[in-house]
Design a protein around this ligand. Structure first.
Ligand code: HEC
Ligand code: HEC
Length: 359
């Protein structure tokens, strides 16, 4: 009977969703405490792989001129970001976007502000190849790593082979990134039942976050994200509009993504570059808010230096002509409470890394 089988299929789909998807994403409006990290069957995390990935993450061989490692733009002491509005870049070039935190990146379905990549293994090779980031040739990098005896020994130990490839380099780095987790934030303790874990102003902020402020319509679940893209029409960053090096980067990326008008492009098209769907024009990924006080400045282009500015932006209903959000009419004390929530409640324990000995 087709009717029964479709009911059965629905029930099975619901159960799969409820058991496997819901626990890591969550329902709109609901925040969830950290419980654990999803397991990556295609690239299981092992201590030796994580150690190797950490070395590579710190290794300047990954850049063409030997001056940059992943840490250059994702510094442990800056919440794995770089503190710049527009990220650092390869000498003589200029980046065009803010360096996002890598904390809790394990929970993101989409990577990059425009979500153009969906796994850390695929992501890791992009900055190495990027002309305006590390500008490295991957064939050359493989030979460089293959010529270091310590790496040969470690790759053999981790992957059971002497064949050092770009894919295995990326796998090790991804395994390391999956260990960067925000733990024991006051919100986790609070949601687990410790009502004193939040101050009274942070508790009031939480109420606004999930109520009048409507923040949790997009920032929810464990990682305060929705795995979606929204055109809030964040203002363009005037500081880099006039810089010809940024224009070169913007046009280069647009051209790579087959954007016809790339030579006259003056804005960041965001998700549109990937989907070519009008609704994605200037839409960007909802970012995590975990450890948010450690990763200023904010938004894909670092346009806001402080959380006060971000809250003001949302209170006024977002950027010009956006249809995603509406003005909130928050009072001064409500904005203060919201800030207290973001700063206090979402701050996990500092991730302290033993700096590796790069061979
Ligand atoms: C020159 C600065 C720079 C270097 C070096 C760099 N990154 Fe990034 N990283 C960025 C910027 C900027 C973005 C956002 C780019 C975008 O969205 O288009 C980013 C994005 C990412 C993301 C996506 C995070 C998210 O939440 O979407 C990951 C993961 C990442 N980088 C890992 C790495 C790794 C691994 C390395 C070393 C192999 C590295 N990065 C080197 C600047 C850098
Ligand atoms: C419609 C979905 C949506 C709603 C509602 C929303 N946000 Fe966001 N939020 C986003 C998106 C998308 C971005 C990234 C925009 C960009 O990079 O240009 C963002 C960025 C942020 C950032 C900057 C994060 C960073 O690392 O740069 C903060 C802080 C933030 N939101 C807090 C809030 C607060 C507080 C509220 C409620 C007052 C709120 N958001 C409501 C979607 C939303």
């Amino acid at each position: 009977m087709p009717k029964n089988s479709s009911v059965l299929a629905f029930v099975i789909a619901f159960l799969l969703w409820a058991f496997f998807v819901l626990p890591t994403t969550g329902l709109a409006g609901h925040l969830q405490p950290f419980k654990g990290v999803p397991v990556w069957h295609k690239n299981p995390t092992t201590p030796a792989k994580v150690e190797l990935g950490k070395k590579l993450f710190f290794d300047r061989r990954l850049s063409g001129d030997g001056t940059m490692s992943c840490v250059t733009c994702h510094m442990p002491e800056m919440g794995f970001s770089d503190g710049q509005s527009i990220s650092l870049s390869y000498p003589t070039t200029k980046n065009w976007r803010n360096s996002p935190t890598l904390i809790n990146v394990v929970f993101s379905k989409y990577l990059f502000h425009d979500g153009r990549v969906e796994s850390l293994e695929d992501q890791a090779l992009f900055p190495m190849m990027s002309s305006f980031e590390m500008n490295q040739n991957l064939d050359f990098l493989e030979e460089e790593i293959r010529s270091v005896p310590e790496y040969v020994t470690e790759f053999r130990k981790v992957f059971g082979t002497d064949d050092i490839t770009r894919e295995r380099i990326a796998m090790a780095i991804a395994a390391f990134e999956r260990t960067l987790i925000s733990r024991n934030a006051p919100i986790d303790l609070y949601l687990a039942g410790e009502k004193d874990a939040l101050s009274s102003s942070a508790r009031k902020g939480l109420e606004i976050f999930t109520g009048k402020g409507k923040c949790s319509e997009c920032h929810f679940g464990v990682n305060l994200i929705d795995d979606k893209f929204h055109a809030l029409n964040v203002p363009e960053n005037p500081d880099f509009q006039a810089d010809p090096r940024v224009a070169a980067t913007r046009r280069f990326v647009a051209k790579l993504n087959h954007f016809d008008g790339y030579r006259t492009l003056a804005e960041d098209p965001g998700r549109y570059l990937i989907t070519k769907d009008d609704k994605d024009w200037r839409a960007f990924k909802t970012p995590t808010l975990r450890d948010i006080s450690k990763t200023a400045p904010y938004m894909h282009n670092g346009i806001f230096a402080t959380l006060e500015e971000v809250i003001e932006f949302f209170d006024l209903g977002g950027g010009e002509a956006n249809t995603a959000i509406k003005p909130l009419g928050l009072k001064a004390d409500e904005k203060d409470a919201l800030k207290a929530f973001l700063v206090e409640a979402l701050a996990g324990e500092d991730i302290v890394l033993q700096y590796p000995q790069v061979p």
